[in-house]
Design a protein around this ligand. Structure first.
Ligand code: KMH
Ligand code: ZN
Length: 282
């Protein structure tokens, strides 16, 4: 089977070290985490950054310093620089113009969220006009989007954007499943999850690549399902702070290594960053 593109979502915007002290926040911590994840099999780093107080930030300077730190750490470790995928989701409540701004740094990829939704106790706002401004910025800065799909209607929105000529191939879709307010897996009902995932895949634009990010306790089971169905996988502390029930993950790399090991036993080696660039048509 094809190689597995593993994405590590190393930091996120909603968590603090209170929930997991191993969450990387500073540029140096994020750089170390990125290197360790690449060594463990990750090809893509999904990146949120923080300010000096550890608060979520969409400031250009905060992205720039983390990117520089990751590049330098990869050079020191003599490893390939991973595909860097900036978040344009930011933190709940961040206005769209601030979320768009980092695209001007022209990262390899960036996330593109496809609809307003309940997000735990919050509302994650992505209005239709905002999404159209976001699409224009992706075209302007020539950044490849990763479309974040939390529910069926988000795929419909992707089709609308394509029909309006606002987004263009390649289409890479991340199914983020398990957010309270979005589509959720059925614990213990693997067949139901497989049926639902197969249906979501069947609705994608032709030629799309896709992966699954299972949130919280669904991370591992959905990763295994995606591997079995030929998809890609995202794991990391942004999505899940535990390694197993009640046991905090020691690092992002621990979560990546666990999935890479499983993938290998299922006949899929983890793709290197350059192999992943080919698979994702970057
Ligand atoms: N922080 C979440 C509200 C993304 O990175 O594009 C949204 C998020 C998605 O993390
Ligand atoms: Zn994110």
């Amino acid at each position: 089977m094809n190689e597995l593109v593993l994405t590590a979502a190393i930091t996120g915007a909603e968590l603090t070290k209170k929930e997991n002290p191993n969450l990387p926040l500073s540029p140096a911590e994020q750089a170390r985490a990125a290197v360790d994840c690449v060594k463990a099999g990750a090809a893509v780093i999904h990146l949120h950054v923080r300010d000096d107080a550890g608060k979520p930030s969409q400031e250009l300077e905060h992205f720039r310093r983390t990117v520089d730190a990751i590049r330098a750490a990869c050079a020191d470790a003599k490893i390939e620089v991973p595909i860097l995928q900036f978040s344009t989701g930011g933190a709940v409540g961040e206005p769209m113009e601030r979320r768009i701004a980092p695209l001007s740094l022209r990262p390899d990829m960036a996330s593109f969220n496809l609809g307003t939704m309940n997000f735990g106790r919050d509302i994650f706002v992505n209005t239709r006009p905002d999404m159209r401004s976001l699409a224009e910025a992706f075209v302007k800065y020539k950044v490849t989007p990763e479309f974040e799909v939390y529910d069926l209607g988000h795929i419909d929105e992707l089709h609308s954007l394509i029909q309006e000529g606002l987004v263009h191939a390649p289409y890479h879709v991340q199914f983020v499943l398990g957010v309270p307010g979005g589509a959720r897996p059925y614990p213990g009902k693997d067949e139901t999850d497989a049926t639902r995932l197969r249906f979501l895949i069947s609705q994608l634009p032709p030629g799309s690549t896709w992966g699954v990010a299972g949130v919280g306790r669904y991370e591992r089971s959905l990763a295994h399902l995606s591997i079995a169905l030929g998809g890609q996988v995202r794991v990391g502390l942004e999505d899940n702070i535990y390694f197993s029930k009640g046991v905090l993950a020691e690092s992002n790399a621990q979560l990546v290594a666990d999935i890479a090991r499983h993938a290998r036993s299922a006949g899929r080696d983890a793709a290197t960053p350059s192999a992943a660039r080919k698979i994702l048509e970057l």
